[in-house]
Each structure stands twice: as structure tokens, then as C-alpha cells.
Design a protein around this ligand. Structure first.
Ligand SMILES: NC(=O)CC[C@H](N)C(=O)O
Length: 380
């Protein structure tokens, strides 16, 4: 067992928001300076999955759960090969992790990967501020990086904004790789990696799908070169308004009528491919406890979310698009934000939330079965 001293030590750290509000605490993880968009996650658990979700690239994540790190860090739960968050904010880090899978403390892991964090600040006050004012740029400064407040604020205000950020290529695989089907292979899927989480191909593999994960820059020819039964568009960081390339690839898939499924960024890309707009939410949805209603069945699912943008599609009845009629299939019950799109005349659908549930409840796992049914239907 390892214990960590940094989070409880005396290295001072300061969190500076772009509107000038500051919080003073202690260094957690690496010491230095980092910048990003301040967002909060309401997940009580699943911090390893959060930290390693590529969709958090360039975001500084504030945990609303006050006590983080209890189960340490294991080698099984990461959703990708590294931590992607730009910075990490915790009220009260666990000093002694306790779990049979734990290999090291969260503090050590953040330091090992050079992720600057802060602890010992009032994360409730910070979250309320972000709820009232909206997600905004932030800097965390610790050790020698702490200077006078005006200078730190100037650096925060120079950092790039999330609106207009084109980030998929920075996180996606550069080379195609294959995730083999578990058990008998039934289908081949081309998955366009815009920042894919490891659990997503795994959920497909569990259903007899061989998944070819392609770079974000893949062309329509690259997609069809794997002779797919279905095409998948993944989650990913950044502003969907910048995703012109995947939007054009997706239109090619819709034209051919190949079964199509999208998650999160993939849902926003489907929205754009159909001609809808996307917009930035005030502070977004992040956590593993968000209520979503399936409007076809009326059933409510508790779901995992991580999105700061949303699709602007009409909630009342099917809309006509160049690819036929489209319905908003799912909505978030907290704020009526569009959480899913279903084409009525083509085998294509998407959700804004995370049925792969890493971390999170498994209520929405049926969506992977729905994708399989579309591929079965196409074959029949
Ligand atoms: N998890 C995701 O795919 C996020 C999509 C997009 N970057 C957003 O913030 O809305």
C-alpha cells in the first residue's frame, strides 16, 4: 500500500477563473500550471474512467463528490492509454486508497502523467459559480507557477476557448486497429474514432462484432474498405461545429443506407449531417446520474453523460430532412436537451449520452442491441 503526502502537504495552489474569481488550496498531482475549460462532474464514482475519457481533452474537471481517490488507481478501468483532462479539482483527496485492484494512489498517478491538480478548495462554491455563470476558462497554478493574481488571470484569458475547438485529430488513433469479436464473429463494424472510449468497442465485441477502429481522418473509401455491416461514430472532444470532415463521411454512409450508430460527438455529427445546428450548453451535462426519457417507450433511463454541446432539433414530431424523417428519440428530463436522434426511413440512430456506461449505470445497454438488430435487418 502506498500513501501520498502531496495532497495533504503544503505546496500552495491557486485556481483562477476567467472572470477573476479565485480559490486557494494545495497542489494535487503534478506541480506547475495548466489551463482549460472548467467543467464539473456529478459522478460519485468512476474517476479513472473520467480522467481517461478523451472527450475531456482540454477540460479541467471539478468533482462535486467531496472525497475522491478512495479506491486508488488500477490498470483495468482506464478508457484510453492516458489521462486526458487538462487539470483536476478535488475537495478532499483520499490519503490511503483501499481496494484489491489498486496499484498506486490517484495523486501519484496524476503526478506520473504530469497532470496538474488542486485540492482543499470549496468545490461546492466553485460548482455553484459555474452553474450560475457557465463553463469558462480556468487556470490552476501551483509551486513556482503561483504569481500575482493579475498575471495569472491574464494567462487564463489568453488560453483558447472550447467554442470553435477542433480536437478529435489530437486524441484519435493515427492507425487503424481491430478489436476482435468475443466468441463467434457475426458482424464487422467500421468505427470512426473521434476520441473513442475503450468500453465502446468492447460492448460491440461482446455482441459478436469485429470492430475496425479508424482514425478521425478516415475517408468514405477507408470506411467501406473494411466491408462493414455497420458504421459507428464515436464520442470526442471539442466543438461539433468544427467536425466538417466526419459530417461529410457520415452523409456518404447515410446515402448508402448502411446501419449507423453514433454516441455523443457522433450524435452531434448525425444532427449536423441531417441539417440541424449545434449549440454550446451553459455548463453541460457530466456525471453518471442523469435522467433521460426514451420517447418511444416512455421509459426513463439513468445514464452517464459528458457533453458541453447539444443538437438543436425540434422536439415536436418528425422533421423532414434530406435523409427522410427524423425524430428526437430521447430527451434529458432535467432540461429537455436533445439526447437522441432516430431516422424513420433509414437504419440510423444516435444518442448524446453514454450507453457504454464506463463509468455509469447499464440502463442504456439495449442501444448496442438495437445496432445489432439494424445489421441483422439489413442482412435479412
Ligand atoms: N463526450 C462527447 O463526445 C462530447 C462531445 C462534445 N465534445 C461535447 O462536449 O458536447
Amino acid at each position: 500500500m502506498t500513501t501520498s503526502t502531496r495532497g495533504t502537504g503544503q505546496i500552495p495552489a491557486v485556481l483562477v477563473l476567467e472572470d477573476g474569481r479565485t480559490f486557494r488550496g494545495r497542489a494535487y498531482g503534478a506541480v506547475g500550471a495548466t489551463f482549460g475549460e472548467a467543467v464539473f462532474s456529478t459522478g460519485m464514482t468512476g474517476y479513472q474512467e473520467t480522467l481517461t475519457d478523451p472527450s475531456y481533452h482540454r477540460q479541467v474537471v471539478v468533482m462535486t463528490a467531496p472525497h475522491v481517490g478512495n479506491t486508488g488507481v488500477n490498470d483495468e478501468d482506464p478508457e484510453s492509454g492516458r489521462i486526458w483532462v487538462a487539470g483536476y479539482v478535488v475537495r478532499d483527496p483520499a490519503r490511503i486508497p483501499s481496494n484489491w485492484r489498486s496499484r498506486r494512489t490517484l495523486d501519484e498517478e496524476l503526478e506520473r502523467q504530469g497532470v496538474v491538480g488542486i485540492c482543499g478548495i470549496d468545490t461546492r462554491a466553485l460548482t455553484r459559480h459555474l452553474r450560475e455563470r457557465g463553463a469558462m476558462r480556468v487556470g490552476i497554478f501551483s509551486g513556482d507557477a503561483v504569481t500575482d493574481e493579475a498575471a495569472m488571470l491574464a494567462r487564463v484569458q489568453e488560453a483558447p476557448e472550447m467554442k470553435g475547438a477542433d480536437l478529435s485529430a489530437e486524441v484519435a488513433t493515427k492507425e487503424t486497429y481491430v478489436v476482435p469479436a468475443i466468441g463467434e464473429k457475426r458482424f464487422t463494424v467500421a468505427a470512426v474514432d473521434l476520441g473513442i472510449k475503450g468500453m465502446t468497442p468492447h460492448r460491440m465485441a461482446e455482441r459478436g462484432i469485429e470492430v475496425h477502429v479508424l482514425p478521425a481522418t478516415a475517408t468514405l473509401d477507408d470506411v467501406y474498405a473494411v466491408n462493414p455491416d455497420g458504421v459507428f461514430f464515436s464520442n470526442g472532444p471539442g466543438d461539433p461545429a468544427t467536425a466538417d470532415h466526419p459530417v461529410s463521411v457520415m452523409r456518404g454512409v447515410l446515402e448508402r443506407g448502411t446501419p449507423l450508430f453514433g454516441i455523443c460527438f457522433g450524435n452531434q455529427i448525425l444532427g449536423r449531417a441531417l441539417g440541424f445546428g449545434t449549440y454550446k450548453l451553459k455548463y453541460g451535462h457530466r456525471g453518471i446520474n442523469q435522467p433521460v426519457q426514451d420517447r418511444t417507450t416512455g421509459k426513463v433511463e439513468v445514464t452517464a453523460h459528458n457533453h458541453g454541446f447539444a443538437v438543436d432539433a425540434p422536439l415536436d414530431g418528425p422533421a423532414d430532412t434530406p435523409y427522410g424523417r427524423v425524430e428526437v428519440s430521447h430527451v434529458c428530463l432535467n432540461d429537455n436537451v436533445v439526447e437522441g436522434l432516430q431516422l424513420l426511413d433509414r437504419p440510423a440512430f444516435s444518442v448524446q449520452y453514454h450507453p457504454e456506461a464506463a463509468a455509469g449505470p447499464h440502463d442504456a445497454a439495449y442501444l448496442f442491441d438495437r445496432f445489432v438488430s439494424l445489421m441483422e435487418g439489413q442482412r435479412a
